[in-house]
Design a binder for this molecule. Structure first.
Ligand code: THU
Length: 161
């Protein structure tokens, strides 16, 4: 028997003011676009903004539906937009924020399981890591160097070969 340990490290900042300028700008964009979310059911508006390797910025927001499972998270809306408008261009950094209509938006949220799966494959296709910046409308910010580190032992395209 062997024991394998999976670990990852991430950075914790007190607020966006402590970030490098480019990172602070991307998080600001993610915070702003929460107003584009369509979230009448959860009232939890998620905004995502990514800087691509070519410097372009792409955004995404959660888009819900009366048939609840048909709703899509901000992260996957963003990845679809990036792949459609800039096919083949890797994502360098992805900021995720939210606005909770029913309470404070002060702590970072991190991507749901389905989004982790999609982020993992986006990284694999692009052959480079996606940095994540996670933060609410204010307060603590996390920077995670590689999105796929949130999904240890992922089921990947390699398994299908
Ligand atoms: N949601 C996202 O868009 N991204 C996440 O990382 C977590 C959850 C959305 C899905 C749903 O529209 C609402 O937030 C509440 O779960």
């Amino acid at each position: 028997m062997e024991k394998h340990v999976h670990q990852f490290s991430y950075e914790v900042y007190d607020s966006a003011e402590a970030l490098a300028l480019a990172d602070a700008e991307l998080l600001k964009k993610a915070r702003l676009v929460t107003s584009d979310a369509y979230a009448p059911y959860s009232r939890f508006r998620v905004g995502a903004a990514a800087r691509l390797e070519n410097g372009q910025v792409v955004t995404g927001t959660n888009q819900e539906n009366a048939s609840f499972p048909a709703g899509i998270c901000a992260e996957r809306v963003l990845m679809s937009a990036a792949s459609s408008f800039y096919p083949g261009i890797p994502i360098d950094t992805l900021a995720i924020s939210y606005f909770n209509e029913q309470g404070p938006s002060e702590n970072p949220i991190s991507p749901c399981g389905i989004c982790r799966q999609s982020l993992q494959e986006f990284e694999q296709r692009a052959g480079r890591p996606i940095r994540l910046i996670l933060g609410g409308q204010q307060g603590t910010v996390y920077i995670i160097p590689q999105a796929s580190s949130l999904l240890p032992l992922a089921f990947t395209a390699d398994e299908l070969e």
